[in-house]
Design a protein around this ligand. Structure first.
Ligand code: AMP
Length: 285
């Protein structure tokens, strides 16, 4: 496995290949990231991961400075999981000038849910992902694959639409959420939790499951606002500060309309100082 820090070295390492399979990450890798790497295995002709903590997607007061940076351990894990090239640029390498050009996803998708509570987040994500895709795929004769986790479901939709609308020669591949045995979705931010918080944090997924169950067994979509409100209350009484607990159409993340079957419940909440997100896809007949 090669570890490269500059764009020139990345392009040299990629020169013999035609079709990368790419897993972008912010590092501090866990089994969720490594499952994406495993999914990349049969795709394309070279496996690439990036590790870059992207300042543009952190808001004021968020954890950019303290975000865990564990490059050596991450590289060992990637090598053991079939990665061929790790691209770990410095900020000066990826943003040699102030990044004053940006990719602005449409507000219908990017100003709701996560985007409402983290203004600018999806612009930061879309901008860095565009840049990383250009770094990895600009010499790829046969396009390639980019694997994104369903854990960040809204991000996956933003990227999927961006890739389609911008005619990027890339197939976006979704990766299923990897969880602890108690149901807690793996996240680099779980490292901020104490042992007892980590046990308690499983109640986020449990509440989402309960919401999905209620929506499935209710006779009317008109019950959804109540189901959401009850879930917010449950979360509060369990010691969380929830930002949202919402039932959505899973293709556009809007409130479900009559005839919508493919749904998702999404939630974001703080436990102590740690903000976690999770979701659950389900169908309603
Ligand atoms: P991050 O390093 O948090 O930016 O995540 C990098 C990629 O890993 C994104 O596509 C995430 O959606 C994905 N990811 C993070 N956690 C999980 C998980 N528990 N299961 C599956 N994919 C995940």
């Amino acid at each position: 496995m090669q570890i490269v820090h500059s764009l020139n070295d990345l392009r040299s390492a990629l020169r013999p290949f035609n079709q990368p399979a790419f897993v972008p990450t912010m590092g501090n890798l866990h089994a969720g990231h490594l499952a994406l790497m495993a999914q990349a295995q049969p795709l394309g002709d070279v496996r690439v991961a990036s590790i870059f903590v992207n300042r543009l997607q952190f808001g004021l007061g968020e954890d950019f400075e303290s975000y865990p940076r564990t490059l050596a351990g991450d590289c060992q894990a990637l090598e053991a999981n079939g990665c061929d090239i790790v691209f770990a640029p410095t900020e000066a390498e990826l943003y040699p000038q102030a990044q004053t050009y940006s990719v602005q996803p449409p507000k219908e998708l990017a100003a709701i849910l996560e985007g409402h509570f983290r203004p600018g987040f999806f612009t930061g994500v879309a901008t860095v992902v565009t840049k990383l895709l250009n770094c990895v795929f600009s010499g790829a004769k046969d396009g390639g694959f980019a694997i994104f986790g369903e854990k960040d479901f809204q991000q996956l939709l933003v990227i999927r639409h961006m890739v389609a609308q911008m005619a990027l020669p890339i197939q976006v591949v979704p990766g299923a959420i990897v969880r602890d045995a108690n149901g807690l979705a793996l996240s680099s931010r779980n490292g901020y939790l104490s042992d007892s918080q980590r046990t308690h944090a499983a109640s986020l997924q449990a509440t989402l499951q309960h919401m999905a169950q209620q929506v499935k067994s209710s006779s009317s979509l008109g019950d959804i606002p109540n189901i959401e409100q009850q879930a917010m209350n449950t979360m509060r009484s369990n010691g969380w500060s929830p930002d949202y607990m919402a039932v959505c159409n899973r293709h556009n993340l809007l409130s479900p309309a009559a005839g919508d079957h493919e749904l998702i419940v999404v939630g974001a909440a703080k436990l102590g100082d740690t903000r976690l997100i999770d979701n659950l896809q389900f169908n309603r007949q």
